[in-house]
Design a protein around this ligand. Structure first.
Ligand code: NAD
Length: 479
């Protein structure tokens, strides 16, 4: 594809030729803004439902030969793809930092770009042998894993490239072909990583369709899609479940979260404060499994609130491509409005805004100051809903059983954390309803440890052998 976009340069080499490779001419696409400045960084193709039909037909036609290659050869090609991603990691990171807005440093855009290669390699290397289910004289039953066929990968805008890899890499490894639809807000990051991978895959195996929500809806309902890997909001997840009534596509749904954290009495607050903070503010709070409401025992409430506010006040906020930024902008205008509305509402209910609580307009239109809100009740929307931004409500409790009940009162169940003595925390973890419970940390992920939600946070697991099985058709063979 050709481009006439603005020169995209950053402090360390810039997004350069990779951005040019995926960006189309202005008259052929949609302008994609720099999240920090609003300046156009490139143009994304706007594919239609007709383009989608063609992509699915291409994927279907390419699938038998890709499956035929076998695990070892597919893994070899995936490693070459990971090498390519690593070789262009800085360019990819620059695109992510501009389009999505996360800072290059820390658990930011460079981490995301590097993580893409890590997750591809893990999908390539995870063993998945047939399982012997039953064996007796003269008979044996085995469970084997066949490819499903065509897998659709529909993703969100918050960790666009990395989440695309979580969906795409296991699907490819298992012999499926893929049609990926990035979020309409962050298509370039995803198209960029797909461009790198496709330098090493046979044609037609990995296809990208960069379109709007209508294209997403058409993928989910398409009769020739065998599996939908979806990461996004619970509301869209419900639409996809409805659509799957027609095609009976298998689903993995990684949906919204409203992760609670519980700080137990006696926790070592100075030792834990930084981890608590980053558990909530990673990617400026725009992370599915980030800490979104923190329950703190009354004996240490003030200490925790002050410690978190102190960290929030010190951290530099700025454009993702600025090496010194620790926090960035909100990615979309809509998300900026959600965050502003929730904080304004909390304030009007009498909650105490300890720090932040207002846009950082001097930095750009989508910056919102890191905000700690105290003396707030569970029924405030800032606590009850997913804020997905740089704001943490800190809620007081006096009884651990009550804190557990309040943590579980959400319809979401993605992640949760318990902070304090590890033994006590483990006992509390047993009673929490969520896909993951972290102890004295929040949000760490590992490519071989399964990840997924409960309740309205979705179903199905990603990563490791569980993730491979999720993109395969189980088949029992009895001899
Ligand atoms: P979203 O649901 O608005 O959009 C996600 C994707 O779905 C986009 O590509 C969109 O175009 C597409 N889409 C929209 N309507 C569709 C339809 N009817 N059928 C099929 N596809 C459709 O979500 P978002 O705003 O991009 O992402 C933020 C949300 O994602 C948050 O709730 C966050 O918690 C969640 N999330 C969850 C995880 C997880 O692993 N559980 C990870 C990241 C984000």
């Amino acid at each position: 594809m050709t481009t006439t976009t603005t020169e995209a340069t950053g402090p360390q080499g810039g997004a350069g030729s990779l951005l040019e490779a995926v960006s189309v001419r202005p008259e052929e696409g949609r302008p994609i803004p720099d999240a920090a400045t609003g300046e156009t960084i490139g143009y994304a193709p706007v594919h239609t439902v007709d383009d989608l039909e063609a992509a699915i037909a291409t994927a279907r036609a390419a699938q038998p030969a890709w499956a035929q290659l076998g695990h070892a050869e597919r893994s070899r090609l995936l490693h070459l793809a990971a090498d390519e991603v690593e070789a262009h990691a800085e360019e990819l990171a620059q695109i992510i930092a501009r389009e999505q807005g996360k800072p290059l440093a820390g658990l930011g855009a460079r981490f995301e770009a590097g993580g893409c290669a890590v997750w591809i390699r893990s999908a390539a290397d995870t063993p998945l042998e047939p399982e012997v289910l039953f064996e007796a004289e003269g008979t044996r039953s085995e469970l084997r894993y066949d490819p499903l066929g065509v897998v659709a990968a529909i993703g969100p805008w918050n960790w666009p490239a990395l989440i695309a890899m979580w969906q795409i890499a296991p699907a490819l490894r298992m012999g499926n072909t893929v049609v990926a639809k990035p979020s309409e807000y962050t298509p370039l990051s995803v198209l960029a990583v797909i461009e790198l991978i496709n330098r090493h895959l046979p044609e037609g195996v990995l296809n990208a369709v960069s379109g709007d929500r209508e294209v997403g809806a058409a993928i989910a309902a398409h009769p020739d899609v065998d599996k939908v890997m979806f990461t996004g909001s619970t509301r869209t997840g419900r639409e996809i479940v409805k659509a799957s009534a027609h095609n009976l596509a298998r689903l993995t749904l990684e949906l919204g979260g409203n992760d609670p954290g519980i700080v137990l009495p006696g926790a070592d607050v100075p030792a834990l404060a930084e981890k608590l903070f980053w558990g909530a503010f990673i990617n400026t709070g725009q992370t599915c499994a980030a800490l979104k409401r923190l329950y703190v025992h009354e004996s240490q409430y003030d200490e925790v609130v002050e410690a978190l506010a102190g960290i929030a006040q010190q951290l530099p906020m700025g454009p993702g491509v600025d090496e010194s930024s620790a926090l960035g902008p909100l990615t979309t205008d809509q998300q900026f409005e959600i965050v502003s509305r929730l904080v304004d509402d909390a304030r009007s209910r009498g909650a105490r805004v300890v720090t932040g609580g207002e846009p950082a307009s001097e930095l750009g239109p989508r910056f919102y100051r890191a905000t700690i809100v105290a003396d707030i009740d569970d029924d405030a929307p800032l606590v009850a809903e997913e804020q997905f931004g740089p704001v943490l409500p800190v809620v007081k409790y006096s009884d651990v059983d009550d804190a557990v009940a309040r943590a579980n009162a959400s319809e979401q169940g993605l992640g949760a954390s318990v902070w304090g003595d590890p033994e006590e925390a483990l006992a509390v973890a047993d009673r929490i309803q969520s896909g993951t419970v972290w102890i004295n940390q929040h949000g760490s992920l590992n490519p071989v440890v399964p990840f997924g939600g409960t309740k309205a946070s979705g179903y199905g697991l990603e990563f490791g052998a569980h993730g491979l099985k999720a993109v395969a058709a189980p088949k029992v063979v009895t001899v």
